[in-house]
Design a protein around this ligand. Structure first.
Ligand code: SAM
Length: 308
């Protein structure tokens, strides 16, 4: 362990030295998200542009506890297939799983699972959890840690490329990748079962706005998590007994018109998984989307049904 800490300390010193020598482009004021993204080195990018918060990132969790110095010890910032390995601070792991409301009924999949901390923590909450990780050494490290933590049966790990893996059965997806990778995964995620929760350490999903964002008061580069709930697909025209609804859906937001008895009313509303709520003509509608049917109530009582 001493040897491991020395290497990490040395790597950090090197990184900081190099980082100090880096100049920032004048007249460029990066957005916060841009700054965060730029702080995460991509494969092939020299690690000197990256300032890993080695101390805070790795202190609270010891996935390598119990194995000897000869065994594999990953280094923060080491290359990965599409993104480097940086562990999510344990406080943010807990917060991400809280935001996703993970319970023992969930099947959690961490895409790019690193040392397994998200998977192991989810399993400790009773969930079934899978980590998909390209680096076989990290897979083995995570497996050992899961066994040591007593959750080896519920926390499993697969050596695979996330872009060639089927994660459609998950009820919760956790991510600590890059916005560019999240965007590549986004179409697949949007095809998942409505209500699937997706939590990401720091990185966004482009114009798919998070349903919730939480920032911890931690002195860490990685202290913000975003939550998205996969919305049901309602875009298009639905028949009513005495009219129709035309939804224009943009991720979890809906707009459009409701036509009843020849009267056309503008509508705006939201989707929360398979639950829809919108206002049209001064009335509040709520409903549940189930395949080709939406059924619910309006104004707190009267029922309505729409079909494709
Ligand atoms: C920033 S780390 C996050 C680790 C872990 N999810 C966490 O939050 O602590 C990203 C991980 O993704 C892995 N990775 C990168 N590209 C991958 C790919 N195409 N398929 C599977 N894993 C990948 C890296 O090896 C690394 O362990």
């Amino acid at each position: 362990m001493k040897h491991f800490h020395f290497i990490r300390g040395f790597a950090l010193a090197l990184c900081l030295l190099f980082a100090a020598g880096c100049t920032q482009a004048e007249n460029h004021a990066p957005e916060v998200s841009e700054a965060v993204e730029n702080n995460m080195p991509e494969v092939g990018q020299p690690v000197e542009n990256y300032e890993p918060d080695v101390e805070e990132a790795d202190e609270e969790y010891t996935p390598d506890a119990g194995h000897s110095d000869e065994e594999y010890a990953p280094e923060v910032g080491q290359p990965g297939k599409d993104v480097v390995w940086v562990p999510t601070p344990q406080a943010l792991v807990d917060s991400m799983l809280d935001m996703a409301k993970v319970t023992s009924s969930d099947y959690v999949i961490d895409l790019g699972s690193g040392d397994g901390r998200l998977v192991i923590t989810a399993a400790k909450r009773g969930a079934t959890a899978l980590g998909i990780e390209y680096n076989p050494d990290l897979v083995e490290l995570a497996r050992r840690a899961a066994m040591k933590e007593g959750v080896g049966a519920r926390a499993t790990f697969k050596k695979a490329d996330i872009f060639e893996s089927d994660f459609s059965q998950a009820t919760v997806i956790t991510l600590f990748l890059l916005s560019s990778l999240n965007l590549q995964l986004r179409p697949t995620i949007l095809d998942m079962k409505p209500g699937t929760r997706v939590v990401s350490n720091s990185f966004d999903m482009g114009e798919w706005e998070p349903d919730q964002t939480k920032t911890l008061e931690e002195p860490s580069a990685w202290h913000t998590a975003h939550l998205w709930i996969v919305p049901a697909k309602v875009d298009g025209t639905w028949k009513l007994d005495d009219g129709q609804i035309s939804f224009v859906q943009t991720f979890q937001n809906v707009a459009g018109t409701m036509t009843i008895g020849g009267e056309i009313m503008e509508l705006t509303g939201k989707l929360d998984g398979d639950r829809i709520s919108f206002n049209a003509g001064g009335r509040e509608y709520v409903g549940t989307v189930s395949g080709g049917t939406i059924s619910g109530t309006y104004d707190g009582g009267s029922s309505w049904t729409a079909t494709r």
